[in-house]
Design a protein around this ligand. Structure first.
Ligand code: SAH
Length: 219
């Protein structure tokens, strides 16, 4: 497996920000050690790529904090044979991590320039099992449904109904649900058509803008 530059910084990130805070799943730690986060951050912020924070990626959007990527991935618990839908590709970091852990990743991004950045980053790393689609992700992506897992990486006022409809029996959906400033990380499991919800702490994401999200405008 290729060892990408800045492996030492990544090791410290994995040890101090992720393992030390209780993420123990070996496959998740290995994926975060392998994938070079700095590739997903345009200059000049790429210098800070292994800091414990979200960072700007352009177009008013951000790459998520590494620890939050780890927490959401652990909650989603992707299996090697799973097909995963992500809403909010951003520059593609979470999609790259998921692509190492699951069979197939479909990631939707509403801003075409951001989607292009994600595609080019995934291509740079030779990742072929993740595709990026430009669309309103609140509608999901019926052609590839149902999904074993769905992850929304933007703040949503509620879980978009189309996404619940596209979640396979036994599958789970992870999302930051709340208002525009602060949200609660929620996991919903589809147990034979019954949706069981658990809560996992406060987070801050940029808004999900679309038919079942927030109205566009100043985001
Ligand atoms: N998953 C990213 C973080 C994404 S930030 C990572 O790995 O770092 C949230 C992204 O969601 C932004 O790029 C934003 O443009 C996008 N977004 C917001 N509303 C959306 C919608 N309705 N459909 C698809 N993407 C959306």
């Amino acid at each position: 497996m290729t060892e990408y530059p800045r492996a030492g910084e990544r090791l410290r990130m994995v040890e101090h920000q992720i393992a030390a805070r209780g993420i123990k799943h070996p496959r998740i730690l290995a994926a975060m050690q392998q994938i070079p986060r700095h590739i997903f951050i345009p200059p000049p912020h790429d210098r800070s790529a292994y800091d414990d924070s979200p960072l700007p990626i352009g177009n008013g959007q951000t790459i998520s904090q590494p620890y939050i990527v780890a927490v959401m991935t652990e909650l989603l618990d992707p299996k090697p044979e799973d097909r995963i839908l992500e809403i909010g590709a951003g520059s593609g970091y979470q999609a790259a991590i998921l692509a190492m852990l699951a069979a197939e990743v479909i990631s939707i991004e509403r801003i075409p320039a951001v989607a292009a950045l994600a595609r080019s980053n995934l291509e740079t790393l030779g990742i072929t099992n993740a595709k990026v689609i430009v669309a309103d992700g609140t509608l999901g992506h019926p052609p590839d449904s149902p999904y074993n897992g769905i992850i929304i990486t933007a703040a949503t006022p509620q879980i978009p109904k189309p996404l619940l409809d596209q979640l396979d029996d036994g599958g789970q959906l992870v999302a930051p649900v709340g208002d525009r400033d602060i949200q609660e990380l929620v996991r919903i499991k589809n147990s034979g058509g019954r949706f069981v919800e658990t809560h996992h702490g406060s987070v801050r994401f940029v808004p999900l803008i679309g038919e079942y999200g927030w109205e566009g405008g100043n985001a």
